[in-house]
Write a new protein. Structure first.
Length: 446
């Protein structure tokens, strides 16, 4: 689960603590930007990490990573002087940058200054032993953002998957209002060929590339529906933004919503999905959080608030001793029987929502024990496109439970069946149990 911050120019932020560099030194050592990124990362780790940081251990970690990089790049016995921590943050920053700068000046031909800077920052962060406190290269940071806030692309608006039994390409869901839906495509359709190319035997990635293309171009699909071949479907590609929420009706009276991630638009997407499910006659809901590794803290609070009218959602405790409680904001939908599906990959923001629903008694958790990630990371972007991700707090459920390394135990434990097809009650034991449970609740309320 992540919190983001906006970062102004580092030269301004670090004006009071940066070590001044002459233009001659900068040419043979660290650039001003690299120096500032290094000192900024060190300061954020010391000030923001949710536990007290052993400064000597952190400096040793930076030195060790730099030495490892140099050895990897062909320097057999790198001469990198040891760093000695003081009780002064600015002095430690000065010592760190001086050593890294001199190392770059000496070995720059073997290891570029950017790579040495990255290694030092990575060493600072990994010294904590916290798997979630890490350095992100520009590529890794971009991939993280893309995973949370999906980027648009030219496509047809289908979610597809390979049927494990038949190895056929199946339509899992159709994006509302997308070009495929407009042409009548439906969930569970089998796509036999794409522009004349047979899908069977191809990988999912290969099929996805065939479906994608420049908006405005046409792709022809040969489709089998309910065992019968229908006339070829010509779909005009459009700009598609993958949804984080997919929804459909089950058995005519159960509204099913699956959340892939807790992104910036997830709460708004879920709100629209619930409205459509209500309009179709939903008498109960299934919220599927299986395989959902989390996302933004605010998204978890906003999603939880759609089912919890009032009261606490989560409490966030930081190192300084302050604890902030986040409450529901009185926007919940009309209460209906609710089942929340979870598994061992339900983590972080997903666990906040699961724990809040469980503690507030507004829904029943079904599935297997969740992952157990009860800490919050803040992402500090750096000007060159990289970022440092630091664990800055831990969170507690409304009843004060710390679920880190523990997870959330469902109210009803149901194991996932082998070769489950999530979202299909006939091949998804956990979903089938949820539907049966909700039908009983509906009957009890009548």
């Amino acid at each position: 689960m992540y919190r983001r911050i906006a970062v102004p120019a580092l030269a301004v932020i670090l004006a009071s603590s940066s070590v001044l560099v002459t233009s001659a030194n900068a040419a043979s050592g660290l650039s001003t930007l690299e120096r500032d990124e290094l000192t900024y990362s060190y300061r954020q780790l010391i000030n923001q990490y949710y536990k007290q940081v052993d400064t000597q251990h952190a400096l040793d970690g930076a030195r060790a990573k730099v030495i490892a990089l140099l050895q990897h790049d062909g320097v057999k016995k790198p001469a990198v002087p040891p760093l000695h921590a003081t009780n002064n943050l600015t002095a430690d920053e000065r010592g760190l940058t001086t050593i890294v700068n001199s190392t770059v000046a000496k070995y720059g031909a073997k290891a570029p200054s950017r790579q040495v800077t990255y290694a030092a920052i990575e060493g600072l962060l990994t010294s904590t032993g916290d798997r979630y406190t890490t350095f992100l290269t520009p590529k890794e940071y971009a991939e993280l953002n893309a995973g949370l806030d999906a980027q648009s692309f030219g496509g047809v608006g289908l979610s597809i998957g390979i049927d494990e039994a038949t190895k056929e390409l199946k339509v899992q869901s159709v994006i509302d209002g997308g070009p495929a839906q407009k042409m009548g495509m439906q969930s569970d359709d089998t796509i036999v060929s794409i522009d004349g190319k047979l899908t069977k035997g191809r990988t999912l990635d290969e099929d996805s590339k065939l479906l994608r293309g420049k908006p405005g171009t046409v792709v022809r699909l040969l489709v089998v529906r309910d065992g019968k071949t229908i006339p070829p479907v010509d779909v005009t590609r459009a700009e598609i933004k993958p949804p984080s929420v997919t929804a459909k009706m089950l058995n005519g009276d159960i509204g099913y919503a699956r959340l892939a991630v807790f992104g910036a638009t997830t709460s708004a997407e879920l709100s629209e999905a619930l409205k459509k499910l209500d309009a179709q006659g939903a008498k109960a809901y299934v919220l599927d959080l299986r395989d959902n590794g989390g996302g933004y803290l605010n998204a978890a609070i906003d999603v939880s608030s759609q089912f919890i009218a009032t009261g606490p959602i989560v409490s966030v405790a930081e190192r300084v001793g302050s604890t902030r409680q986040y409450d529901a904001d009185d926007v919940a939908v009309a209460p209906k029987p609710l089942a929340v599906l979870v598994n061992k990959y339900t983590a972080s923001a997903s666990e906040i929502t699961s724990g809040a629903i469980q503690d507030n008694g507004v829904g029943t958790i079904i599935g297997t024990k969740t992952f157990g990630k009860g800490v919050v990371q803040t992402i500090f972007p750096l000007p060159d496109g990289s970022a440092v991700k630091i664990t800055t707090a831990r969170y507690l459920t409304p009843n004060g439970r710390d679920i880190n390394h523990i997870g959330i135990t469902p109210n009803i434990v149901v194991q996932e069946n082998k070769d489950a097809r999530l979202g299909d009650p006939t091949r998804d034991a956990q979903l089938s149990s949820a539907v049966s449970f909700l039908h009983q609740r509906i009957a009890d309320n009548q």
